[in-house]
Ligand binder design. Structure first.
Ligand SMILES: Nc1ncnc2c1ncn2[C@@H]1O[C@H](COP(=O)(O)OP(=O)(O)O)[C@@H](O)[C@H]1O
Ligand SMILES: [Mg+2]
Length: 409
């Protein structure tokens, strides 16, 4: 079996794809990818990087950890004039990131598991960008994902005309990553059927993909140096399939937990809301006290216990940091659009209801229970914001809201 000639055709960094993205300027993108958002930081780290790099990697392991966790204000740069501090993007223990990087330099894939909204996808993208310069090679796992989407498909017009040739082959992102020696991301892998997931076993263990249709000459593609796979899996989602033991053995698992420190979670939520206000060209300042209140409510409902030691009945919905960011940015966006007489705290219960009421009507009762317990107690001793929050209890009790999707009795 001959080794298949590496080709960049059609891959995310191929000239065709590059000209597509470079034709569009950043301000015209709704969500610029990490490689564009952090292009300056990546360029500086690359220029200043003095450590050895694994084959096919864009940055060395220490620079990748700096890119993701930040340099704590310390400036980096080959030239003093252009040196700058690297921002913290993932809030969490540095040694988790260090282990992720070590895994990706080895022979196993990296599996990021945890509750929804703990930044697994964000972390996967940042790692791919720091290692390979692109996070674009990705497969989104769904119940309908097929083996073709993991391996390769065919351009049927060409297939009928010329038969199975390398030109008629339509590579999946996994195949593109193997050819070009890059990281591929597999989002929510456990949403795929187990037999589809198992297509990854030989790719991860042998670093080879068989293409029997091409005949003896071209029938194996061997992964170029730099190739690896980052998968994510949500622990609390419905409709997930069990992973086979054989596939599990091909991965190193890292569990990503919600942000442990309340102060750091507040800072993250307030930074994201500030970035949004900036993008909306609003000159409003972030209401730190409102953010603190919001994050406290989220943490109480997430953990089922307040700092005072009071028990809270947890809603079935995940009260993630990602949802806290969404609520904070929605409130700040509302304040930018409708500034006159806007009071952020009084808007909070309505937005919270939108987060909590997704699956189970009983969650409204749980939220009301939280209001009648901790919120009421704090309204007496915890200051005017808690009082204002408690006074808006009626918003939660309005019966006019339709039954949530997939409601259980
Ligand atoms: N530890 C964290 N560090 C940085 N951002 C976080 C963290 N936890 C949550 N977030 C926020 O949550 C958002 C969504 O996370 P995402 O990657 O979609 O989560 P997941 O894939 O785990 O469901 C991120 O873009 C970020 O704003
Ligand atoms: Mg995700």
């Amino acid at each position: 079996m001959a080794k298949k000639k590496a080709s960049n055709q059609g891959s995310a960094d191929s000239p065709a794809m590059q000209s597509l993205s470079s034709a569009q300027d950043r301000s015209a993108m709704q969500a610029p990818p990490a490689e564009i958002r952090y292009a300056d930081e990546l360029a500086i780290l690359r220029e200043a990087d003095a450590h050895p790099r694994p084959d096919g990697w864009m940055l060395s392991p220490p620079s990748i950890v700096d890119f993701i966790c930040g340099t704590g204000g310390e400036k980096v740069g080959a030239k003093k004039s252009s040196a700058r501090a690297i921002t913290e993007k993932f809030v969490g223990p540095r040694d988790i990131i260090q282990r992720c990087v070590v895994t990706l330099a080895g022979e196993r894939g990296l599996m990021l598991v945890g509750e929804p909204g703990t930044a697994k996808s964000m972390l996967g993208e940042l790692l791919a960008v720091a290692i390979s310069g692109t996070g674009a090679l990705a497969v989104q796992g769904t119940a309908g994902t097929t083996e073709d989407q993991i391996k390769y498909g065919w351009n049927y017009a060409m297939l009928l005309d010329r038969g199975p040739t390398p030109q008629a082959l339509v590579p999946s992102p996994v195949m593109q990553a193997m050819r070009s020696g890059k990281i591929v991301r597999f989002e929510e892998v456990t949403r795929c059927l187990p037999e589809v997931q198992d297509a990854l076993i030989s790719i991860l263990s042998e670093r080879r993909m068989m293409i029997p249709e091409l005949g003896d000459e071209d029938c194996s593609l061997f992964a170029a140096p730099g190739f690896s796979l980052i998968a994510t899996a949500n622990l609390r989602d419905r409709g997930v399939s069990e992973m086979s033991a054989a596939l599990k053995r091909r991965f190193n698992f890292e569990t990503i937990a919600p942000i442990a420190d309340a102060g750091r979670e507040c800072q993250l939520v307030s930074d994201r809301a500030a970035a949004l206000l900036h993008e909306s060209r609003s000159n409003k300042t972030i209401d730190k006290a409102m953010i603190e209140l919001l994050v406290t409510v989220f943490r109480d409902l997430r953990s089922g216990r307040t700092d005072e030691g009071w028990q809270v009945d947890r809603p079935s919905t995940v009260m993630s940091t990602a949802e806290a960011v969404t609520v904070a940015t929605a409130i700040m966006r509302e304040s930018a659009f409708f500034p006159s007489g806007f009071d952020p705290v009084s808007r909070m219960p309505g937005h919270l209801l939108g987060v909590v009421m997704k699956d189970d009507e009983k969650d409204r009762q749980r939220l009301l229970g939280y209001w009648d317990g901790p919120v009421q107690r704090r309204s007496k001793t915890g200051g005017p914001l808690w009082k204002k929050l408690y006074d808006r209890r009626s918003v939660l009790d309005e019966a006019a809201i339709d039954s949530p999707i997939g409601q259980k009795d």
